[in-house]
Design a protein. Structure first.
Length: 242
């Protein structure tokens, strides 16, 4: 099991780095970038616990910052993304023991609705219209209407609720674990950009400008990681490392 944990940690560190670098959108206001690395951080923490989530999240994100040319974010990513993975992994392991399915269902409905609402609202407000995207080394412009994000938010909410009511009532706690870890990431980068980025690197940043982008990273990461983790834990339970 020790050898397996080392191997899994190395693999997910590489996956976090690759996912972060694969898709990025530069944010001039903060000299940072939007990415989808949260998907692999959440997945590692949900499947293999806080140590794997923390190490792969922090180290993988730090290497991605360095390789993409954002060294001023590397020390922050090491700590913030590491804490994010640790929080998700710790909370997932401390799932409550509700006495009835109704309690689980109520939690799932509440968190599913909140997740879909946040995803649709943030997307419609901040990600609609013309935007420049970078996929690998290719940059291109794309128009995304607000209605697309609202529809996606509804799909996300319905999917989570249906999955919780019909298949896995405990998915509500998984969502909660991911959201708490993601909020640590959002708050961590906000404080770093507000308090430390200029004193350390003489780079001025509008810290509030990246908050909705980081919320978007969190939501997209959850949408990718939660279904995959559930599928793997049900079909290949032997993969889980204590």
């Amino acid at each position: 099991m020790k050898s397996l944990k080392i191997a899994v940690t190395a693999i997910f560190t590489a996956l976090v780095c690759a996912a972060t670098m694969l898709f990025s959108v530069y944010v001039p206001a903060t000299h940072g970038f939007f990415n989808v690395g949260e998907s692999m951080i959440f997945l590692s923490a949900l499947l293999f616990g806080p140590f794997v989530g923390a190490f792969s999240g922090g180290v993988g994100s730090m290497f991605a910052d360095l390789l993409l040319g954002f060294p001023h974010y590397a020390p922050a990513s090491l700590i913030i993304k590491g804490c994010e993975g640790a929080v998700v992994g710790l909370l997932k392991r401390r799932s409550p023991r509700f006495s009835s399915k109704l309690q689980w269902s109520s939690l799932t409905i509440m968190l599913g609705s909140a997740t879909g609402g946040i995803f649709g609202g943030v997307g419609a407000t901040y990600y609609s219209g013309w935007t420049e995207l970078t996929l690998g080394v290719t940059a291109f412009s794309l128009y995304i209407p607000a209605e697309f994000w609202l529809a996606m938010g509804a799909v996300v909410a319905i999917s989570i609720i249906v999955a919780g009511l019909l298949f896995d009532p405990e998915i509500g706690w998984t969502i909660f674990s991911v959201i708490m870890g993601g909020l640590c990431m959002v708050l961590g980068y906000f404080l770093y950009q507000w308090l430390l980025l200029y004193p350390l690197f003489k780079i001025e940043a509008v810290a509030l400008a990246e908050v909705p982008l980081n919320v978007g990273q969190m939501i997209i990461g959850a949408i990718v990681a939660i279904p995959i983790s559930k599928m793997l834990m049900h079909t290949l339970p032997q993969l889980k490392v204590k």
